[in-house]
Design a protein around this ligand. Structure first.
Ligand code: HXC
Length: 534
């Protein structure tokens, strides 16, 4: 018949000695992969109080879930003696694992291999993990510990960063992306975390800067330490580049796990439901005493948040940056929500450049990942002054307005004390797209505060009053303004407030409004993309 022989019939039985050789080869490869840049590097890493790339993954991921990819890949650089250092895996461990039973893709840079520096193949591995994360609809988590672009590989390293940024951008709004900075993160390396959704930094361990202290010294003559230039505290408190400040690596992993518990794996899924038994109709009478009647007294809005949400479980994001505004995740009736709240305790909760940026980015994350927004309002307005105006308050404030208007998730707003001017528009107006607006009966809603308003509209009456009675007249006019214009019933009669509620009903009313709106669909114009004022 046919002289084509089936390959199987050809197969020779392998010599047992060969099989033993192959198995020993596999064990040898695995040992080599396991030690990365070598035991000396591991010891140096430990001596600095840092974990290795693999130890980190073992702590971040559920036990026995990590599947490594591309472990045998080596760099292709033949120059500068690098061909003598073909470390397996090229300085980064990548793959798939689980956190609390849910899949994630990871990359973890290995500082023991040429300082975790990024060469072309190192970059390809990260890009591969990023692409798989996006295609499979699972979060991408990167652990950074690197000296930046691998100097010997030159421009190919730079191009590698370009590919990583491109993938970060493609994945933005599709899957959650989280960066943990666990060592140096310099030069090109900083921009990938900057594009991801959340960045966690570790105290005294991580640094982020575009140009390091030595270069700054040469260029500007300025003396600055790495910690003062780009340490965890600086980026959490001052620049707003980071979102979470961890005391140590263990705490950083805990932050990632808690964060992921509130968010879906991708933009097509709803966030995981909670399992709380906190009654939805639990009375929140404590809000009455938490919010002082005296308008000049401050209070901690976090306490109000804790009173409202399931099990007092509030996970604050960027707690150290722009503290006049509080953002974070919580649950209501077991639905994940994103909270945006003014903080009267810090500069009276006024909106400024940083608070606007902070709110805008968080709103957009929640919107991208189907997380309803609950806004708690006690705001005197936008911060006046040349520093803010010259710093671009108009441009930055516009980001927040844009983000609220653009968002199609349910948007609920509760005016806890006051909502004036542009801040009312952003945080509590139907006009900008809030779906359900509530106010406590003591709330004030107006174009501006009663003092300022009375001084403008009744200036003549106040100025014409005899000198000794002028303060008295002014106070009376301020009271009159409050009665006539700022009570929530005025806005209610104009159809601008959906419900005026007692403090004890606040949780129940928010839950009802959330359940009413959770399935809503809103259309937006078909376009390539909008042009958010950046
Ligand atoms: C190649 C590097 C490297 C790099 C470190 N190493 N960074 N190799 N390319 N970028 C190597 C070191 O030679 C050393 O190798 C090993 O990694 C450990 O480094 P050490 O200096 O011994 O460690 P440490 O004292 O902890 O200091 C770490 C460091 C420092 C702070 C990261 O190495 C450093 O400053 N590196 C350069 C950082 C930098 O400027 N990167 C920017 C690159 S340009 P051996 O063999 O001795 O163990 C860039 C593009 C710019 O990223 C894009 C701008 C947007």
């Amino acid at each position: 018949m046919s002289d084509i022989r089936h390959p199987r019939t050809d197969q020779q039985t392998q010599d047992p000695a060969d099989i033993e050789d192959l198995q020993e080869q596999l064990r040898a490869y695995r040992r080599q992969i396991e030690v990365g840049g070598g035991q000396r590097g591991i010891d140096r890493q430990h001596a600095k109080g840092k974990l290795t790339a693999r130890e980190r993954l073992a702590r971040l991921l559920d036990p026995k879930t990590f599947v490594e990819a591309d472990a045998y890949l080596v760099h292709k650089c033949r120059d500068f003696g690098l061909d003598k250092k073909p470390f397996l895996g090229d300085g980064v461990v990548t793959g798939y694992g689980k956190i609390d039973g849910r899949g994630v893709f990871v990359s973890s840079e290995d500082f023991t291999v040429m300082g975790g520096s990024l060469g072309a193949q190192h970059a390809e591995k990260i890009v591969h993990a990023q692409r798989r994360a996006r295609e499979n609809g699972l979060p991408f988590i990167q652990l950074n510990d690197s000296g930046g672009a691998r100097i010997q590989e030159g421009v190919e390293s730079l191009d590698g960063y370009g590919k990583i940024f491109f993938e970060n951008t493609m994945a933005s709004g599709v899957i959650p992306q989280v960066s943990l900075i666990l060592g140096p993160c310099a030069g090109g390396a900083v921009y990938s975390p900057a594009i991801t959704d959340f960045t966690v930094m570790v105290s005294q361990r991580s640094n982020m800067f575009v140009t390091g202290p030595q270069v700054i010294k040469v260029v500007t003559g300025e003396d600055v330490t790495a910690e003062d230039l780009g340490g965890a505290l600086v980026h959490n408190r001052t620049s707003g580049v980071a979102h979470f400040y961890a005391a140590n690596e263990e705490e950083a992993f805990g932050i990632v796990k808690r964060l992921l518990s509130f968010v879906p794996s991708n933009n097509r899924e709803m966030p995981p439901r909670g399992e709380s038994t906190d009654p939805v109709d639990r009375e929140t009478s404590e809000i009455q005493s938490l919010v002082p009647e005296d308008r000049r007294k401050t209070f901690d809005m976090r306490e109000v948040i804790l009173a409202l949400v399931d099990d007092r479980n509030f996970f604050e994001v960027q707690p150290l940056f722009a503290q006049n505004l509080v953002i974070g995740f919580a649950r209501l009736a077991n639905y994940s929500i994103g909270i945006v709240a003014n903080q009267p305790k810090v500069i009276a909760g006024v909106l400024d450049i940083d608070a606007s940026d902070k709110a805008a980015r968080f709103i957009r994350f929640c919107d991208a990942f189907n997380i309803p927004l609950v806004t708690l309002v006690d705001v005197p307005g936008f911060l006046p002054g040349t520093a803010q105006e010259h710093g671009g308050l108009i441009r930055h404030g516009a980001k927040m307005l844009y983000a609220y208007a653009e968002a199609t998730v349910p948007k609920l707003s509760l005016i806890v004390r006051k909502a004036f001017g542009g801040a009312f528009i952003a945080l509590a107006s139907h006009g900008i797209g809030h779906d359900f607006v509530m106010a406590l009966p003591t709330a004030e809603i107006a174009v501006m505060g009663a003092e300022g308003a009375a001084n403008i509209i009744w200036r003549r009456e106040i100025n014409e009053a005899p000198e000794e009675r002028r303060d008295e007249v002014r106070d009376a006019k301020v009271d009159e303004f409050r009665r006539q214009f700022s009570r929530p019933y005025t806005a209610g009669k104009q159809g601008l407030i959906d419900a005026i509620i007692a403090p004890e009903e606040a949780r129940w009313m928010l839950v009802q409004a959330l359940e009413m709106t959770i399935r809503q669909r809103k259309d937006r114009p078909d376009r390539k993309h909008g042009n958010i004022p950046l």
